[in-house]
Design a protein around this ligand. Structure first.
Ligand code: UD1
Ligand code: CA
Length: 462
């Protein structure tokens, strides 16, 4: 952050109605890559070194609970325009030299741009600095009017036809919405902004024009990346912003040593952590608090929600929710790990396997077609195909314990509560209702009866 304005606050305006989202949820709380839109602006402000961040919300207070610790909340009593919004923040700006104003619905602004605009502001000793951009399609944006010398004069709004003249509508330099003000005298300045315009709102850019009018130094600084200024007014805008944000997240991981096979096919939330040399294959989705270690392979087509995966593990075409997988483990294809599933180091939850609230010890294997719920499977145990825990008696859930190195035959039903001892075996097709001691074979199925001649009896009769 610029030395000359070292006490810099950021005010994020977010009290607008956002009606075009058609949602009961406040516009700036709609998620962009898993975090609320407003959190993106807050992160950019903090990365730029803001010593104070103020978010201006509406009187319903909906935003307050979603703001990170240390971020101040100001209330704009009524949505009378962006000048009114900044006025609501002024009491929180005491002791700072400059305030950077951001719009809560322009989430892709970044720290470098904020820093660059601040440096220009400080270098010019300006009373206000407005960040502008030249757009091919400037419709809807406020246009920058300059005089013959090229100096800033004012901004004309274009949302409603009456504010701008036909000539002004040809201007392609727009107000990005990022404006820096000197804090000293800001309250009085904003009080002087009226609402005699097409929308009947108090426009914040008019405060910049007032300063220019008074002969104060006002500069307009052009920024060049149009992605930084995409405003979100409806859900189509939201998708455009999300796509760019997602690309940024993927780029960050790729620079940190993660291979992402097809970045346009994945969804990785901003909050996700991925270790070096991990590969994310086509169509994978990593959400929330998911953490993946180093050298693992996720996908293709795996969905991890609030999941934890260690180093060197493989998660193939599977879904993990609040589940944990250790190092060197294998999951899938087509596994479903539900909350409380915990697959140990070197363990395997294979094809068509569902785990819920169940731990697999080190090297334990559940290779095929199993439901294992409310269970502890010991290290090195191996559950035969289609081993199922009958964990629910219609009223209560019960636990199953399988000892270390035990092996179940295919189609074993483990009727909980039940315990299979260490090194024990079960016979194929057994419904195990009683505990099996260590090292024993538990077999629980009717003996086979062969009826001689039964199958060919008609032919023999003829
Ligand atoms: C604003 C600028 C316009 C600029 C554009 C860039 C004004 C008058 N116009 O237009 O020059 O080109 O941003 O995106 O400033 N808000 C409040 N309280 C209010 C009104 C708005 O907090 O009373 C907040 C909104 O929640 C939003 C931000 O201010 O986050 C911008 O308001 P919006 O109405 O979207 O302004 P634009 O028409 O986009
Ligand atoms: Ca807007």
């Amino acid at each position: 952050m610029s030395e000359a304005v070292d006490r810099v606050a950021v005010a994020i305006l977010a009290a607008g109605r956002g009606t075009r989202m058609r949602s009961p949820l406040a516009k700036v709380l709609h998620p962009v890559c898993g975090v609320p839109m407003v959190a993106w602006s807050i992160s950019a402000a903090q990365a730029a070194g803001a010593t104070r961040t103020v978010v201006v919300g509406s009187p319903d207070g909906a935003l307050e609970a979603h703001l990170p610790e240390g971020v101040l909340h100001a209330v704009q009593p009524e949505p009378d325009g962006t000048a009114g919004a900044l006025a609501a923040a002024v009491e929180h700006l005491r002791g700072t030299d400059a305030v950077v104003v951001l719009a809560g619905d322009v989430p892709l602004i970044d720290a470098e741009t904020i820093d660059r605009v601040l440096k220009a502001h400080a270098a010019a000793g300006a009373a206000a600095t407005i960040a502008t951009m030249v757009l091919d399609d400037p419709s809807g944006y406020g246009r920058i009017v300059r005089d013959e010398a090229g100096d800033f004069v004012k901004v004309v709004e274009t949302k409603q036809p009456e504010d701008a003249t036909a000539d002004q509508l040809l201007l392609r330099e727009v107000n990005t919405g990022v404006v820096v003000f000197r804090v000293d005298g800001l309250g009085d300045l904003l009080a002087g902004v009226g609402a005699a315009n097409a929308q009947g709102e108090r426009y914040l850019p008019d405060a910049v024009a007032l300063l220019a009018d008074r002969g104060e130094t006002v500069i307009a600084v052009e920024v060049h990346d149009p992605a930084l200024t995409i405003g979100v007014n409806d859900r189509a805008d939201l998708a455009r912003v999300q796509q760019i944000a997602q690309r940024r997240i993927c780029d960050m991981h790729m620079r940190n040593g993660v291979t992402i096979e097809a970045p346009d096919s994945v969804a990785i939330d901003a909050s996700v952590e991925i270790g070096e040399d991990t590969t994310i294959l086509l169509g994978s989705v990593l959400r929330g608090t998911t953490v993946v270690g180093a050298g693992s392979t996720i996908g293709p087509h795996s969905v991890l929600e609030d999941a934890e995966v260690g180093d060197g593990s493989e998660i193939t075409m599977s879904r993990l929710v609040l589940a944990k997988v250790g190092d060197g483990a294998t999951v899938g294809p087509f596994a479903y790990l539900r909350p409380g599933a915990d697959v140990g180091n070197g363990a395997k939850a294979g094809t068509f396997v569902e785990l819920k609230n169940a731990t697999l010890g080190e090297g334990a294997k559940v290779p095929h077609l199993s439901y294992i719920g409310d269970a502890d499977v010991g290290a090195g145990a191996n559950l035969g195909a289609s081993t199922i825990t009958a964990n629910y008696d219609g009223r209560n859930k019960h636990r199953t314990v399988v000892g270390a190195r035990a092996k179940t035959g295919v189609h074993t039903s483990l009727v909980a509560p039940v315990e299979v001892g260490e090194d024990a075996l079960t016979g194929a097709g057994s419904a195990i209702t009683d505990d099996i001691p260590d090292g024993a074979l538990g077999i629980a199925r009717p003996r086979q009866t062969n009826v001689e001649g039964f199958a060919t009896r008609d032919r023999d009769d003829a």
